[in-house]
Design a binder for this molecule. Structure first.
Ligand code: ADP
Ligand code: MG
Length: 735
């Protein structure tokens, strides 16, 4: 997996997005040669002077980078899953440049996951901003010309709008409660200075003490109601965001998912909305409280004794600078930790989804190792970030205590000299300690803000990702179509530089049954995907009853196209619900009728709960043939004008195939049908066969016409016959 040998060694493939170029002047044979180490978002590679790539590594394969320093020079090593390899070697004069680049390179490999998403696996050109030419950082977000955070906030603020009254109310509560927090130390001052003297007045003392108690109670009450409002708003708001994310995913076109690891979205919807919620319910309120408190306290401190305050505040700028210095490091660690958790999640998700394959190939050990690597990384990152906090917290406490002691000394002197009362001093120290709360908080909240920003960016990536295949504003509803399909000069490639279909031209008459034939990979399924409008052709158009399918509302189009694929997905629910998936309003009678037509009724009746048997992920397991008949029943119920069968009988035995074939023959009647079948014998009854090879139509005609022509179809039939004969002779042999 490590080395990507590139046939197209032109530099331009990397140029543009590469952000680091370093010189390496010793080649693998340890001979002086001027080479360049180039790093772009997706890979690192070493290039010769002509710009040809010698070796390159995809970023997601790299686990770590190591800089080795030796006498006279150094080398850079890449560790992938399987090995550690030297990628660049250089003489001493270049050492410094490499040393400087290391932190950035570290950061770069840590950013694996996010940028995997950023960068579609092919033609990054598509995602280049037409204005500034840069690949948009988020890949799917419109380029913000460097104002990413601002735009994300702008989009995010939409979600606050419905709650703006609630927010105003909360802000009011916030100010009130911070004000009430200010009261107790001041009252203490009054108690010490004015009451706890020989001339003190018992009545006033009682009043003050009651006032103190009331202030505490009110402050607590305010805090609680604010917290409650925060939780309510946060909960609702994240609900809104989660909903929009899922809706956006449902509206995305298939291509969006082709390019991305799908299990990541589960994590995104969960993790990221949680992160935002966390911030909104706790973080934001805390942040504002602390800021407000800091301001009020500062005012109070100056009011009580401005000289002392000026002295005490001198180390604060140093503290701030320290935090600014520390911040990027903490951030990298946080980010790396977040990323590790996502990677772990992906590993788990993939392993569980593929558990049958893992077992079948006895790959448990490999998966365990894969998990352990991810897990170890997570542990390592968690430990390093938490030890950092662990070191920071006591240091900060030490600092604040020292400040406190200093104040007692300096303040004590002013008290002794009669400049300040003891009450003022004790109020002063109380405020000062309150002041350090927010300062300490500030450091922590930066990471919260940052996490929430990161999460918001990732959320917005999903919500704002442009949908490739959209209904045109003037898209027409589709009445019951006749079912004539015309492909006009269709060309299409999933990737820009690899065309799959070339100039496909053919017309299928209403009610005609057409078989699509060709080697695997010829482009049969692709043609069908285009008809279903999972993708739009690069050139040409597909007409349904003379109307371009891009002019038809997708929902209507798909309502009239029934699809039975090789693999059927059953949702968690009863068999009846699964049959009625496309028509939730179907009555029980209609469902049973459909099942009868699909030859599914008998086996369903034999199930423990008949039509109410739970199937799907957590339910009764159906065999391939049974699932297939459920799929056919689904299509029967949908009653589409156009029917597509893509290898519908490929995964079943001959006996079941007969049952399915019988059901299909009933289903086909009166509909325009395109059937793809590996076993050509099943297509013999087709009105016409279309033979495809390497994305082109090479022959059309009936079974007999094509046999007579002795072209590709003839060859395919012959080779299948031979294979069949072989199989039979083996059977005879065994028998
Ligand atoms: N989602 C996809 N992304 C990129 N390439 C694809 C995708 N699906 C299919 N292909 C490629 O398109 C070609 C035609 O595939 P397909 O239409 O599935 O062939 P057939 O159904 O005739 O066996 C194959 O080379 C396949 O690798
Ligand atoms: Mg196929």
């Amino acid at each position: 997996m490590g080395i990507h040998k590139e046939r197209n060694s032109n530099v331009s493939g990397v140029a543009g997005s590469e952000w680091l170029v370093l010189t390496a002047d010793v080649n693998q044979q340890l001979i002086f040669e001027l080479l360049q180490l180039r790093v772009c978002d997706s890979k690192i590679g070493i290039y010769d002077s002509a710009g040809r790539v010698q070796r390159s590594y995809a970023r997601q394969d790299i686990q770590s980078l190591l800089l080795r320093e030796a006498v006279g020079g150094g080398s850079l090593h890449v560790t992938t899953n399987s090995q550690t390899i030297e990628i660049a070697r250089f003489t001493t004069p270049h050492m410094e440049a490499y040393r400087k680049a290391m932190p950035e390179l570290e950061h770069w490999i840590h950013s694996t996951w996010l940028t995997d998403w950023d960068q579609p696996s092919h033609d990054a050109d598509e995602d280049k901003c037409p204005k500034c030419g840069k690949v948009a950082r988020l890949g799917v977000l419109p380029c913000t010309h460097g104002k990413g955070k601002y735009t994300v906030l702008q989009h995010m603020s939409r979600y606050f709008k419905p709650y703006r009254h609630l927010m105003l109310y909360m802000a009011g509560l916030l100010i009130l409660s911070v004000l009430f927090d200010m009261v107790p130390p001041y009252m203490t001052k009054m108690i010490i200075d004015d009451i706890a003297t020989p001339a003190g007045n018992h009545k006033v003392l009682l009043w003050l003490i009651s006032g103190l108690a009331v202030a505490q109670i009110v402050a607590t009450g305010l805090q609680m109601s604010r917290g409650y409002l925060g939780i309510r708003m946060g909960g609702k708001l994240t609900g809104d965001i989660r909903r929009d994310m899922f809706h956006a995913l449902m509206d995305q076109s298939i291509r969006f998912f082709d390019k991305r690891q799908v299990s990541q979205f589960i994590g995104r919807i969960h993790h990221d909305t949680d992160e935002v919620k966390h911030f909104l319910t706790d973080g934001l309120i805390q942040l504002l409280t602390q800021l407000l408190t800091a301001v009020f306290i500062l005012a109070m401190l100056f009011h009580l004794n401005w000289k002392l305050t000026a002295i005490i505040l001198t180390p604060v700028p140093v503290l701030m600078l320290g935090m600014l210095w520390l911040w990027p490091k903490v951030r990298t660690l946080w980010y790396a930790q977040w990323q590790s958790s996502i990677i772990i999640q992906n590993v788990i998700g993939e392993a569980l989804q593929g558990i049958r394959v893992i077992k079948a190939f006895a790959q448990e050990k490999t998966e365990k190792t894969r998990f352990n690597i991810a897990n170890d990384k997570m542990v390592q990152r968690t430990v390093s970030i938490q030890s950092m906090w662990l070191a920071m917290t006591p240091l900060f406490s030490l600092f604040t205590s020292l400040c406190g002691i200093l104040i007692w000394y300096l303040g004590g002197r002013t008290v002794l000299s009669g400049e300040m009362t003891i009450g003022t001093l004790s109020a002063y120290t109380a405020y000062l300690m309150m002041f350090f709360g927010p300062v300490k908080w500030f450091a922590q909240s930066i990471s919260w803000v940052n996490d929430a920003m990161g999460a918001s960016e990732r959320i917005m990536e999903v919500i704002l990702a442009p949908v490739e295949i959209k209904d045109l504003p003037d898209a027409q509803p589709l009445k019951m179509p006749e079912g004539e399909i015309r492909f006009e000069d269709i060309s299409y490639g999933y990737e820009k530089d690899r065309q799959i279909l070339h100039d496909i031209q053919c017309t299928i008459a209403p009610g005609e049954m057409v078989g699509l034939v060709g080697h695997s990979g010829a482009g049969k399924s692709t043609l069908i995907h285009l008809l279903c409008r999972f993708y739009d052709p690069d050139a040409g158009q597909i007409l349904l009853d003379g109307q371009d399918i891009r002019q038809i509302r997708q929902e209507d189009l798909r309502k009239h196209i029934g699809v039975v694929l090789q693999e059927t997905f059953l949702f968690d629910g009863s068999i009846a619900q699964n049959i009625a998936y496309g028509c939730p309003d179907a009555s029980a009678e209609q469902i049973i009728e459909a099942a009868v037509i699909a030859n599914a009724h008998d086996f369903i009746c034999r199930l423990p709960d008949s039509y109410d048997t739970k199937v799907g992920e957590r339910g009764h397991r159906l065999s391939g043939g049974e699932k297939q008949r459920v799929a056919i029943a689904r299509a029967v119920l949908l009653n589409p004008r156009i029917l597509i069968l893509d290898e519908a009988t490929a995964s079943v035995d001959t006996q079941t195939e007969a049952l399915i074939q019988e059901a299909l023959n009933r289903l086909i009647k009166g509909r325009t049908t395109i059937a793809i079948a590996h076993r050509l014998s099943t297509l013999r009854s087709a009105d016409r066969l279309i033979v495809m090879e390497r994305g082109r139509i090479v022959e059309t005609g009936s079974h007999f016409e094509l046999l007579q022509r002795r072209g590709l179809y003839h060859k395919l039939v012959e080779s299948q016959k031979q294979k069949q004969d072989q199989d039979q002779s083996v059977e005879v042999h065994i028998g």
